[in-house]
Design a protein around this ligand. Structure first.
Ligand code: OAD
Length: 241
């Protein structure tokens, strides 16, 4: 038996589902009525910038009407109380981990509340719409801001930091992600290779379920608080040598 000190937690759309944020791969295969390749690729943005800007404007506006759920709150509590290293790596572009109070959060696919100026390359906090082509507050040029979201074909953010944390982790936990999109879907294999325990919590077994030592099936809003309670109550010893 050994103590687990360092934890990496990967979250996906499923953790925000109970807050009312749509997941990407719904039963109809569409994301809020759109094919992903029509709204979440650089090609889509070049082809029809107005459609893409309006799509993300709507997602950004929706954030104002949703609240963190019990799973976000439980992770924020773990972040505040866990004595070792902890990193929440989210694929989500919403701000629900932060609004729940979590501090050690990294958005590998970008954030709805961030804009990126294609003229001056600055990134900045952005709360309003982008489809009206506002001027960049840094360089003054109008119509050059895009959502600071990692689209298909673009490199996720902070991969070095994420992989470093996974290599040091004693426990890797994946919550609410289908395991369909790399590189995030491959984190579990890196974690196992480096000796971490691996746990998945998802509404259904994910595509990568077989790689996890343990899979808990159910809604994040009930599974995650129970798991956090256990971790903070001392159930955090690895069962493996
Ligand atoms: P998906 O929509 O692919 O998967 C969401 C997962 O959450 C599914 O396996 C659901 O079964 C599960 N789920 C749904 N409700 C849940 C609940 N209440 N509790 C627990 N699990 C639940 O979303 P992601 O895996 O996050 O990338 O998608 C990964 C990436 O693909 C996204 O970040 C985005 C997308 O295209 C980019 O935009 C680059």
């Amino acid at each position: 038996m050994r103590d687990i000190r360092n934890i990496v937690i990967l979250t996906g759309a499923g953790i925000s589902a109970e807050s009312g944020v749509a997941t990407f791969r719904g039963p109809d295969g569409l994301w809020e009525g759109h094919r992903v390749e029509d709204v979440a690729t650089p090609e889509a943005f070049r082809r029809d910038p107005a459609l893409v800007q309006k799509f993300y404007d709507a997602r950004r506006a929706k954030l104002k009407s949703v609240e963190p759920n019990a799973a976000h709150l439980a992770l924020a509590r773990l972040d505040a109380e866990w004595p070792g290293e902890l990193l929440i790596v989210t694929q989500n572009v919403d701000d629900l981990h932060e609004r729940a109070g979590a501090k050690r959060v990294l958005h590998m696919h970008g954030e709805l509340k961030s804009a990126w100026c294609l003229a001056c390359d600055e990134r900045m906090t952005w709360e309003e719409e982008l489809s009206s082509g506002p001027a960049c507050p840094e360089c003054g040029l109008a119509g050059r801001l895009r959502p600071d979201i990692v689209w298909f074909g673009e490199m996720p953010y902070e991969m070095d930091r994420i992989e470093g944390a996974i290599r040091e982790a004693g426990l890797f936990v994946s919550i609410g992600t289908s395991g369909a999109i790399y590189p995030a879907a491959g984190f579990v294999q890196t974690a196992r290779y480096c000796g971490a325990d691996t746990l998945e919590m998802n509404l259904e077994p994910s595509l990568g379920s077989v790689y996890f030592h343990e899979s808990r099936v159910g809604p994040a809003g009930s599974l995650v608080p129970t798991w956090v309670e256990g971790m903070l109550g001392g159930e955090h010893r690895s069962s493996r040598a």
